[in-house]
Design a protein. Sequence first.
Length: 129
Amino acid sequence: MRLTIVTAAIVAGLMSVGTARAATEMPYSDAALAAAQKAGKPILIDITAPWCPTCAKQHPILSQLYTTPEFKDLQVFDVDFDTSKPLLRKLGVQMQSTMIVYHGEKEAGRETGQTAAPAIHALLAKANS
C-alpha cells in the first residue's frame, strides 16, 4: 500500500513537470525566434538529442525551473541536434546538451554539458537581465 502511494505521488509529480515543460517549449523556427527577440522576451534555445545522457539529466532541472515564477515568461525553443545541422552551424553549436540564452536580440550566455542545477538556474537568469 505504501509503495502504491509513493509511486502515485512520483507519477503525479512527473506528470505535472511534463505538462509545465510541454506548455513552455516550442519547436525552433527563425520566425518564432525573431518574434520573441523583437518582443524583448527572455529566450532559451535548448539543443538536445534523444540518445544524450547529459540532456536527460538536464531535462528534469529545466522542467522544474520552467514552473517557477522567475521563468514564467521564458520562451523555450527545442532544437534537435541530429536533424538541425544548418541551424547548429549558424548558432556555432558543436555538441548536444547546449543551452543558449538570449535577452531579446542579445545572446546573454551559453553552456554545454552543464548538469548542476545552480549553474543552469544562473544561466537562465541571464535571459531575464
